[in-house]
Design a protein around this ligand. Sequence first.
Ligand code: ATP
Ligand code: MG
Length: 562
Amino acid sequence: MNETTSSSANFIQAIIDVDNRNGRYDKRVHTRFPPEPNGFLHIGHAKSIYLNYGLAEQFGGKFNLRFDDTNPLKEEQEYIDAIIEDIGWLGADWEDRLLFASDYFEQLYVYAVDLIKKGLAYVDDLSADEIRQYRGTLTEPGRNSPYRGRTIEENLDLFERMKAGEFPDGVRVLRAKIDMSSPNINFRDPIMYRILHAAHPRTGDDWCIYPMYDWAHGQSDSIEGITHSICTLEFEDHRPLYDWFLEKLDIYRPRQIEFARLKLNYTVMSKRKLLRLVNAGYVDGWDDPRMPTLSALRRRGYRPDAIRKFTELVGVAKSNSVVELSYLEHTVRDDLNQFAPRAMAVLQPIRVTVENYPENQLEEFEVPNYPQDKENKETRVVPFSRELFIEQEDFMEDPPKKFFRLAPGREVRLLGAYYVTCNEVVKDEAGNVVELSCTYDPESRGGSTPDGRKVKGTIHWVSAPHAVQADVRLYDTLFTQEFPEAGGEGTDFTDFINPNSLRILTGCQLEPSLADATVDDRYQFMRQGYFCLDPVDSSPERLVFNRTVTLRDTWTKIQKKG
Ligand code: ATP
Ligand code: MG
């Protein structure tokens, strides 16, 4: 546990430091993460989770997971299960405090009755449209509902009958009685309850009135003894209402603190929009590796450590800004670079025959798994034979001067093995290059020759008879526009879907050690990026690898230029 005098890395830590110094909340720190189970969690949620969980960890406090399950029309058990799995994967430990706002429906009802009795809430019969008209605008005050003057007895009676199911959906609501002319629209008699004859994933048909977010949220925080209720900036204007309810009920008062939500370029983050992508089939489900959801990033090969590191690096701010997607990828690359063993995989193969290499001869080369790490001497064995595959891209029949890979008459180094020279190009009837005929220099074993001959290019390769076949999926951003939601008049974010966001390569040829890959493994396919098995579609009969991230670090490039 840190001392309360610790230097605060962000403004929320600073607030907690001050609270602790003043003895507020008896120096307790108790945070919560309150997801609405109406979709899968995304990386923005991870920021909120690690912020809340991290503060609890840092101050020796507690962290609750509380589902904000107050709208049965949009919420589903599937989402509850997925959210629990994702937060568990992130490693944010709620211990035995898996909680639900619906656990407090009875208590919230009692609180509402208390407000009615204090003359601070009333039943309104205006329709939803009328309520909107009466509310006024930012520049015009609202008007009182004709039902605002109902007596306490009448309100108690009607509210009880709302609960008992006497009225159809939408005909009545319970509203707080505050101030229809307040400059803060949230104060213009906000709705506390609406009638909804809908089954709830947890409470079934017990209730036909459901609390609104603003009513349920603060009171749930209070019931749980939350100290610092951290939410995103759009709730700043709701804070006076959060405080008003707690004050009028005269119950324990947590404090709400707002921070800027995480935004990424080339990404949409709202659950409503992600749901549209899923429903319209732009992606293959919530966990499609192109999505910003946690289940997608997990499937793509991101580790929770990298996500946590990223959320800490971007920090906690009080004003909105956009973080570069390339910075997230940079963090993921950094994380994987530490421990992903290297392997050779030819994604778009072309066959090479080494004419002067004896048929049926086999050599085994011992190559380092972690060439970047001087401490780690672990190696593996890769077989070499007369028939090889190399990358189509590593050969050009008519190359420019600066092309240092294979071409007719040119020599390259096969990584960890021999020098080879291309002598002849074999073409099919259509004129496509289908095979290369090469010779090798037996004296170049291990990467150099007695005559000290210089070879500029080094390429990766796989022995054909030993190769393992796989499909490989390469990903690009899901959108072609940096800000797909701001594409201009009359555009929709789906107009900017990247048609090339997924490329599937079949018939890739991998070194044989990759046959033993498990879903928990990560690899650097040399010169190609970081890869992992797709946990959904890969099987021993058909290996499918996802590229987690490329090797090219555009973020570092951007930094150098700037
Ligand atoms: P979305 O806009 O994606 O639908 P939401 O706010 O409706 O998100 P909730 O389930 O209500 O989703 O969010 C749970 C918590 O996560 C809230 O406290 C919310 O403020 C926080 N949160 C949501 N999106 C982000 C984000 N992009 N960055 C940081 N925190 C976020
Ligand atoms: Mg929300």
